[in-house]
Design a protein around this ligand. Structure first.
Ligand SMILES: [Zn+2]
Length: 292
């Protein structure tokens, strides 16, 4: 190639790059952050996609697990779960994880306990073993990266709570300047300890998005926690026409009092949250009237 041709080629490439403009996060394919709060009825299931990595927090009830597996495989095109978190062993959180483990390979599996007297948990434990994994019990403050997101366990702070719900694994995830708090089924006792740990600067609590604790039950999402977290958005994972009048009106009032915009899976179906590291946006996927 002649010198003039070479110079021409360089100018052409430079011009093409200038015209193409800056590459956005969305254009880079793998660089993205999404949280899918699945409508699994009166249960909990969230899937986080972060730069090609996949984390799952709970899997809903065993009865709804077909929907979860289908969503992971056909909608999110997941083939491997990098991190699975069973926040606590109750059926409405751990139940669906068994079927997910039957379908996908898994990296790490976290749980606050390694044994629990229930058929659902035994089946989950067996399936974890069949994937060649064992349950890992984290300590409060433990953290790891998921793509370019950072995940931190805020609990367990104590082991002697009378309520299993208060032994829930609570996680905070940050992606760029945006932050997400997953409260599992933690209730007032755990919330008070979490707020205290935040005040002691053991970790940061302020978060843009809160997955409200215990499906909107009145003993969770207490004013003290909301004051520390100051969420802009709240997601409540709750079943339509549930028997417990969830979410409680006073929880909705507390969230409104801190001006958090509320998303509910019972009314909206799947709630999907996107972050570009600075801004957060939501998409709701219309509820299928034939499910739940
Ligand atoms: Zn629950």
């Amino acid at each position: 190639m002649r010198r003039t041709q070479r110079i021409g080629l360089v100018i052409f490439i430079l011009l093409a790059l200038v015209l193409a403009g800056p590459v956005s996060l969305a254009d880079q394919g793998a660089q993205r952050f999404e949280v899918h709060f699945l409508d699994v009825g009166q249960a909990d299931c969230a899937v986080i996609l972060s730069d090609g990595r996949v984390m799952m927090i709970d899997g809903g009830e065993a009865a709804g697990s077909g929907l979860v597996v289908t969503y992971l495989r056909d909608v999110l095109h997941v083939s491997h779960i990098d991190v699975m978190v069973s926040t606590h062993p109750h059926d409405d959180h751990a139940g669906g994880l068994c079927a997910v483990l039957g379908e996908f390979t898994v990296g790490e599996v976290f749980s606050p306990v390694t044994e629990y007297a229930s058929e659902v948990f035994d089946a989950f434990l067996r399936q974890v073993g069949m994937r060649g994994r064992s349950l890992r019990v984290p300590e409060a403050g433990d953290s790891f990266s998921l793509g370019s997101a950072w995940v931190q366990f805020l609990t367990p702070l104590r082991a002697d709570y009378p309520l299993e719900n208060d032994r829930s694994l609570v996680l905070r995830v940050t992606y760029g300047a945006t932050s997400f708090l997953f409260m599992a089924d933690a209730e007032q006792g755990a919330e008070e300890d979490i707020v205290r740990a935040g005040l002691e600067k053991r970790y940061e609590l302020r978060s843009d998005v809160i997955k409200a604790g215990h499906h909107g039950w009145g003993t969770s999402t207490t004013p003290g926690l909301l004051e520390a977290v100051r969420p802009k958005y709240a997601v409540i994972s709750v079943g339509e026409k549930n028997n417990s009048y969830l979410p409680f009106l006073d929880v909705l009032a507390r969230l409104s009092a801190v001006q958090a915009r509320i998303f509910r899976t019972d009314i909206m179906g799947n709630v999907v949250c996107f972050s570009d590291g600075e801004r957060i946006s939501f998409r709701i996927e219309k509820k299928d009237p034939n499910l739940f």
